[in-house]
Design a protein around this ligand. Sequence first.
Ligand SMILES: NC(=O)c1ccc[n+]([C@@H]2O[C@H](COP(=O)([O-])OP(=O)(O)OC[C@H]3O[C@@H](n4cnc5c(N)ncnc54)[C@H](OP(=O)(O)O)[C@@H]3O)[C@@H](O)[C@H]2O)c1
Length: 288
Amino acid sequence: MKILLFGAMGQLGTELQDTMSTLGKVAAYDIHNLNLEHTGVLKETIRLYRPDVIVNASAYTAVDQAEREKEKAFHVNGEIPGLLAEETAKLNAILIHYSTDYVFDGSKGAPYVETDVPHPLGAYGSSKLAGEEAVRAGKADYLILRTSWVYSRSRSSFVTKVLEWSRKQDVMNVVDDQVSNPTWARRLAIVTARLLEMDPDFLRERRGLYHVVGNGYASRLDWARKILELDPNKNEQKVREILPARTSDFPTPAQRPLFSALDCSLFQSTFGIPLPRWEDDLQLAMTV
Ligand SMILES: NC(=O)c1ccc[n+]([C@@H]2O[C@H](COP(=O)([O-])OP(=O)(O)OC[C@H]3O[C@@H](n4cnc5c(N)ncnc54)[C@H](OP(=O)(O)O)[C@@H]3O)[C@@H](O)[C@H]2O)c1
Protein backbone atom coordinates (compact mmCIF):
# COMPACT_ATOMS: atom_id res chain seq x y z
CA MET A 1 0.00 0.00 0.00
CA LYS A 2 1.29 3.49 -0.89
CA ILE A 3 0.34 6.15 1.63
CA LEU A 4 0.79 9.90 1.26
CA LEU A 5 0.80 11.70 4.60
CA PHE A 6 0.40 15.46 5.01
CA GLY A 7 1.00 17.30 8.27
CA ALA A 8 3.72 14.81 9.20
CA MET A 9 5.33 16.93 11.91
CA GLY A 10 2.15 17.84 13.81
CA GLN A 11 0.93 16.07 16.95
CA LEU A 12 -1.06 13.52 15.01
CA GLY A 13 1.20 13.38 11.96
CA THR A 14 4.24 12.47 14.06
CA GLU A 15 2.37 9.53 15.58
CA LEU A 16 0.95 8.49 12.20
CA GLN A 17 4.47 8.19 10.81
CA ASP A 18 5.08 5.49 13.43
CA THR A 19 1.78 3.63 13.37
CA MET A 20 1.48 3.54 9.57
CA SER A 21 5.09 2.50 8.95
CA THR A 22 4.22 -1.21 8.89
CA LEU A 23 1.35 -0.79 6.44
CA GLY A 24 3.40 -0.06 3.35
CA LYS A 25 5.38 2.74 1.77
CA VAL A 26 4.69 6.07 3.47
CA ALA A 27 5.70 9.37 1.84
CA ALA A 28 5.44 11.97 4.62
CA TYR A 29 5.29 15.71 3.97
CA ASP A 30 5.10 18.67 6.27
CA ILE A 31 4.91 22.39 5.69
CA HIS A 32 8.71 22.60 5.45
CA ASN A 33 8.94 20.40 2.37
CA LEU A 34 5.45 20.92 0.94
CA ASN A 35 3.24 23.86 1.82
CA LEU A 36 -0.25 22.69 0.91
CA GLU A 37 -1.12 26.24 -0.09
CA HIS A 38 1.14 25.72 -3.11
CA THR A 39 -1.62 23.81 -4.83
CA GLY A 40 0.23 23.26 -8.11
CA VAL A 41 3.08 21.43 -6.36
CA LEU A 42 0.59 19.60 -4.19
CA LYS A 43 -1.33 18.22 -7.19
CA GLU A 44 1.88 17.26 -8.96
CA THR A 45 3.16 15.45 -5.84
CA ILE A 46 -0.05 13.44 -5.59
CA ARG A 47 -0.13 12.63 -9.31
CA LEU A 48 3.50 11.51 -9.38
CA TYR A 49 3.28 9.35 -6.25
CA ARG A 50 -0.12 7.81 -7.09
CA PRO A 51 -1.00 6.84 -3.51
CA ASP A 52 -3.61 4.26 -2.53
CA VAL A 53 -4.39 6.35 0.53
CA ILE A 54 -4.01 10.05 1.34
CA VAL A 55 -3.95 10.86 5.05
CA ASN A 56 -4.39 14.54 5.76
CA ALA A 57 -3.22 15.37 9.28
CA SER A 58 -2.30 18.92 8.29
CA ALA A 59 -4.47 21.80 9.40
CA TYR A 60 -4.36 25.42 10.42
CA THR A 61 -4.96 24.80 14.14
CA ALA A 62 -4.24 28.19 15.72
CA VAL A 63 -7.78 28.77 16.99
CA ASP A 64 -7.36 32.38 18.14
CA GLN A 65 -5.05 33.44 15.32
CA ALA A 66 -7.62 32.15 12.84
CA GLU A 67 -9.88 35.07 13.81
CA ARG A 68 -7.23 37.40 12.34
CA GLU A 69 -6.21 35.12 9.46
CA LYS A 70 -9.60 33.92 8.30
CA GLU A 71 -8.59 33.73 4.64
CA LYS A 72 -5.59 31.54 5.37
CA ALA A 73 -7.55 29.32 7.75
CA PHE A 74 -10.27 28.84 5.13
CA HIS A 75 -7.74 28.10 2.42
CA VAL A 76 -5.87 25.44 4.44
CA ASN A 77 -8.82 23.94 6.34
CA GLY A 78 -11.71 24.63 3.99
CA GLU A 79 -10.50 24.53 0.39
CA ILE A 80 -7.42 22.29 0.33
CA PRO A 81 -9.30 19.25 1.74
CA GLY A 82 -11.67 19.61 -1.24
CA LEU A 83 -8.71 19.58 -3.61
CA LEU A 84 -7.33 16.49 -1.84
CA ALA A 85 -10.71 14.81 -2.27
CA GLU A 86 -10.72 15.62 -6.01
CA GLU A 87 -7.26 14.13 -6.48
CA THR A 88 -8.23 11.11 -4.35
CA ALA A 89 -11.23 10.47 -6.59
CA LYS A 90 -9.14 10.73 -9.78
CA LEU A 91 -6.81 8.01 -8.46
CA ASN A 92 -9.62 5.91 -7.00
CA ALA A 93 -7.73 6.15 -3.71
CA ILE A 94 -9.08 6.61 -0.17
CA LEU A 95 -8.84 9.89 1.77
CA ILE A 96 -8.54 10.00 5.56
CA HIS A 97 -9.23 13.49 6.86
CA TYR A 98 -9.66 14.86 10.41
CA SER A 99 -12.06 17.43 11.77
CA THR A 100 -12.98 18.95 15.08
CA ASP A 101 -15.57 19.24 17.85
CA TYR A 102 -15.33 23.02 17.27
CA VAL A 103 -17.83 22.63 14.41
CA PHE A 104 -20.42 22.60 17.23
CA ASP A 105 -21.53 25.51 19.41
CA GLY A 106 -21.76 23.43 22.60
CA SER A 107 -25.40 24.20 23.30
CA LYS A 108 -26.69 20.60 23.05
CA GLY A 109 -25.72 19.70 26.62
CA ALA A 110 -25.06 16.04 25.72
CA PRO A 111 -22.40 14.34 23.56
CA TYR A 112 -22.80 15.17 19.88
CA VAL A 113 -23.57 12.49 17.31
CA GLU A 114 -22.70 12.68 13.61
CA THR A 115 -26.22 13.72 12.59
CA ASP A 116 -26.29 16.77 14.89
CA VAL A 117 -26.30 20.01 12.94
CA PRO A 118 -22.99 21.88 13.24
CA HIS A 119 -22.91 25.52 14.21
CA PRO A 120 -19.34 26.74 14.71
CA LEU A 121 -18.64 29.72 16.95
CA GLY A 122 -15.39 30.89 15.35
CA ALA A 123 -13.28 31.04 12.21
CA TYR A 124 -11.33 27.85 12.97
CA GLY A 125 -14.50 25.76 13.46
CA SER A 126 -16.13 27.35 10.39
CA SER A 127 -13.07 26.66 8.25
CA LYS A 128 -12.94 23.02 9.39
CA LEU A 129 -16.65 22.64 8.68
CA ALA A 130 -16.06 24.03 5.18
CA GLY A 131 -13.36 21.35 4.77
CA GLU A 132 -15.77 18.59 5.82
CA GLU A 133 -18.34 19.88 3.35
CA ALA A 134 -15.79 20.10 0.54
CA VAL A 135 -14.70 16.49 1.11
CA ARG A 136 -18.27 15.24 1.34
CA ALA A 137 -19.33 17.08 -1.79
CA GLY A 138 -16.74 15.31 -3.96
CA LYS A 139 -16.71 11.81 -5.41
CA ALA A 140 -13.84 10.47 -3.31
CA ASP A 141 -14.06 7.53 -0.97
CA TYR A 142 -13.28 9.23 2.31
CA LEU A 143 -13.37 8.83 6.06
CA ILE A 144 -13.59 12.05 8.06
CA LEU A 145 -12.64 11.44 11.69
CA ARG A 146 -13.95 14.23 13.90
CA THR A 147 -11.94 14.41 17.06
CA SER A 148 -11.43 16.62 20.08
CA TRP A 149 -8.83 17.98 22.53
CA VAL A 150 -5.89 16.20 20.90
CA TYR A 151 -2.71 16.02 22.96
CA SER A 152 0.74 14.52 22.77
CA ARG A 153 3.81 14.64 24.99
CA SER A 154 6.21 15.38 22.15
CA ARG A 155 4.52 18.56 20.84
CA SER A 156 3.10 21.53 22.71
CA SER A 157 -0.37 20.59 24.00
CA PHE A 158 -2.61 21.13 27.02
CA VAL A 159 -0.79 18.25 28.74
CA THR A 160 2.69 19.72 28.24
CA LYS A 161 1.41 23.17 29.26
CA VAL A 162 -0.16 21.92 32.50
CA LEU A 163 3.09 20.15 33.39
CA GLU A 164 5.03 23.32 32.59
CA TRP A 165 2.71 25.56 34.67
CA SER A 166 2.90 23.11 37.57
CA ARG A 167 6.68 23.62 37.71
CA LYS A 168 6.36 27.42 37.82
CA GLN A 169 3.20 28.32 39.70
CA ASP A 170 2.03 27.76 43.29
CA VAL A 171 -1.59 28.14 42.30
CA MET A 172 -3.11 27.18 38.98
CA ASN A 173 -6.48 28.38 37.72
CA VAL A 174 -8.08 26.10 35.14
CA VAL A 175 -11.51 26.45 33.57
CA ASP A 176 -14.15 23.99 34.68
CA ASP A 177 -16.85 25.09 32.23
CA GLN A 178 -15.24 23.71 29.04
CA VAL A 179 -16.00 20.03 28.66
CA SER A 180 -14.93 17.57 25.97
CA ASN A 181 -12.95 14.39 25.31
CA PRO A 182 -9.17 14.43 25.84
CA THR A 183 -7.78 12.39 22.95
CA TRP A 184 -4.25 11.01 22.79
CA ALA A 185 -2.72 11.69 19.37
CA ARG A 186 -1.16 8.23 19.43
CA ARG A 187 -4.57 6.60 19.96
CA LEU A 188 -5.96 8.45 16.95
CA ALA A 189 -2.94 7.33 14.93
CA ILE A 190 -3.37 3.70 16.08
CA VAL A 191 -7.06 3.82 15.19
CA THR A 192 -6.19 5.22 11.74
CA ALA A 193 -3.67 2.43 11.13
CA ARG A 194 -6.21 -0.18 12.21
CA LEU A 195 -8.71 1.24 9.74
CA LEU A 196 -6.14 1.03 6.97
CA GLU A 197 -5.47 -2.62 7.79
CA MET A 198 -9.08 -3.35 6.86
CA ASP A 199 -10.23 -4.40 3.40
CA PRO A 200 -10.36 -1.22 1.28
CA ASP A 201 -13.75 -2.22 -0.13
CA PHE A 202 -15.10 -2.53 3.41
CA LEU A 203 -13.89 1.04 4.06
CA ARG A 204 -15.28 2.35 0.76
CA GLU A 205 -18.71 0.93 1.59
CA ARG A 206 -18.57 2.75 4.92
CA ARG A 207 -17.31 6.08 3.58
CA GLY A 208 -18.48 8.94 5.75
CA LEU A 209 -18.03 11.02 8.85
CA TYR A 210 -17.29 9.48 12.26
CA HIS A 211 -16.58 10.76 15.75
CA VAL A 212 -13.35 9.34 17.24
CA VAL A 213 -12.17 10.51 20.67
CA GLY A 214 -10.98 9.22 24.03
CA ASN A 215 -13.95 7.54 25.71
CA GLY A 216 -15.76 9.58 28.36
CA TYR A 217 -15.45 13.29 28.87
CA ALA A 218 -14.07 15.80 31.33
CA SER A 219 -13.74 19.47 32.07
CA ARG A 220 -10.35 21.11 31.51
CA LEU A 221 -10.05 21.26 35.30
CA ASP A 222 -10.67 17.48 35.69
CA TRP A 223 -8.18 16.88 32.92
CA ALA A 224 -5.53 19.11 34.51
CA ARG A 225 -6.00 17.39 37.90
CA LYS A 226 -5.56 13.97 36.28
CA ILE A 227 -2.42 15.14 34.46
CA LEU A 228 -0.89 16.27 37.76
CA GLU A 229 -1.94 13.05 39.50
CA LEU A 230 -0.34 10.90 36.77
CA ASP A 231 2.76 13.07 36.37
CA PRO A 232 5.73 10.64 36.55
CA ASN A 233 7.92 13.42 38.01
CA LYS A 234 5.56 14.70 40.68
CA ASN A 235 8.47 15.75 42.86
CA GLU A 236 9.19 18.54 40.34
CA GLN A 237 5.74 20.08 40.87
CA LYS A 238 5.69 23.41 42.63
CA VAL A 239 1.92 23.81 42.44
CA ARG A 240 0.04 23.52 45.75
CA GLU A 241 -3.48 24.39 44.66
CA ILE A 242 -5.51 24.05 41.49
CA LEU A 243 -8.60 26.23 41.40
CA PRO A 244 -11.66 26.29 39.16
CA ALA A 245 -12.01 29.25 36.81
CA ARG A 246 -14.56 30.31 34.22
CA THR A 247 -13.90 30.65 30.50
CA SER A 248 -15.00 34.28 30.84
CA ASP A 249 -12.03 34.86 33.22
CA PHE A 250 -9.66 34.36 30.25
CA PRO A 251 -11.00 36.39 27.31
CA THR A 252 -9.71 35.07 23.97
CA PRO A 253 -10.26 36.30 20.40
CA ALA A 254 -12.08 33.07 19.50
CA GLN A 255 -15.15 31.85 21.33
CA ARG A 256 -14.98 28.13 22.19
CA PRO A 257 -17.89 25.71 22.63
CA LEU A 258 -18.45 24.92 26.31
CA PHE A 259 -19.75 21.37 25.99
CA SER A 260 -18.37 19.75 22.85
CA ALA A 261 -18.00 16.10 23.85
CA LEU A 262 -18.45 13.68 20.95
CA ASP A 263 -20.32 10.37 20.98
CA CYS A 264 -18.34 7.61 19.22
CA SER A 265 -20.99 4.86 19.16
CA LEU A 266 -21.32 4.96 15.37
CA PHE A 267 -17.57 4.55 14.86
CA GLN A 268 -17.31 1.70 17.36
CA SER A 269 -20.30 -0.22 16.02
CA THR A 270 -19.23 0.26 12.40
CA PHE A 271 -15.58 -0.68 12.69
CA GLY A 272 -15.38 -2.62 15.97
CA ILE A 273 -12.27 -0.70 17.04
CA PRO A 274 -12.30 -0.04 20.79
CA LEU A 275 -11.63 3.46 22.10
CA PRO A 276 -10.15 3.31 25.62
CA ARG A 277 -11.28 5.66 28.35
CA TRP A 278 -9.47 8.98 28.20
CA GLU A 279 -8.01 8.46 31.71
CA ASP A 280 -6.48 5.11 30.69
CA ASP A 281 -4.88 6.61 27.61
CA LEU A 282 -3.59 9.56 29.62
CA GLN A 283 -2.00 7.13 32.05
CA LEU A 284 -0.28 5.34 29.17
CA ALA A 285 0.75 8.63 27.57
CA MET A 286 2.39 9.74 30.81
CA THR A 287 4.55 6.62 30.96
CA VAL A 288 5.93 6.59 27.39
N1 LIG B 1 -5.21 19.78 18.46
C1 LIG B 1 -6.48 19.61 18.81
O1 LIG B 1 -6.85 19.80 19.98
C2 LIG B 1 -7.50 19.16 17.82
C3 LIG B 1 -8.85 19.05 18.22
C4 LIG B 1 -9.79 18.61 17.30
C5 LIG B 1 -9.43 18.31 16.01
N2 LIG B 1 -8.13 18.45 15.62
C6 LIG B 1 -7.79 18.13 14.23
O2 LIG B 1 -6.90 17.02 14.22
C7 LIG B 1 -5.99 17.12 13.12
C8 LIG B 1 -4.56 17.02 13.63
O3 LIG B 1 -4.33 18.08 14.55
P1 LIG B 1 -2.96 18.25 15.35
O4 LIG B 1 -3.31 18.50 16.76
O5 LIG B 1 -2.02 17.16 15.00
O6 LIG B 1 -2.47 19.64 14.71
P2 LIG B 1 -1.01 20.25 14.67
O7 LIG B 1 -0.15 19.65 15.70
O8 LIG B 1 -1.20 21.73 14.62
O9 LIG B 1 -0.49 19.74 13.24
C9 LIG B 1 -0.94 20.27 12.04
C10 LIG B 1 0.25 20.28 11.10
O10 LIG B 1 -0.17 20.84 9.85
C11 LIG B 1 0.84 21.71 9.41
N3 LIG B 1 0.36 22.70 8.47
C12 LIG B 1 -0.34 23.85 8.73
N4 LIG B 1 -0.53 24.53 7.58
C13 LIG B 1 0.04 23.78 6.60
C14 LIG B 1 0.21 23.98 5.21
N5 LIG B 1 -0.25 25.07 4.60
N6 LIG B 1 0.87 23.05 4.50
C15 LIG B 1 1.37 21.95 5.11
N7 LIG B 1 1.26 21.71 6.42
C16 LIG B 1 0.60 22.62 7.16
C17 LIG B 1 1.34 22.35 10.69
O11 LIG B 1 2.60 22.98 10.49
P3 LIG B 1 3.00 24.23 11.46
O12 LIG B 1 2.92 23.69 12.86
O13 LIG B 1 4.37 24.58 11.01
O14 LIG B 1 1.96 25.27 11.19
C18 LIG B 1 1.40 21.16 11.62
O15 LIG B 1 2.62 20.46 11.49
C19 LIG B 1 -6.33 18.45 12.43
O16 LIG B 1 -7.24 18.21 11.39
C20 LIG B 1 -7.05 19.26 13.51
O17 LIG B 1 -7.93 20.21 12.96
C21 LIG B 1 -7.15 18.85 16.50
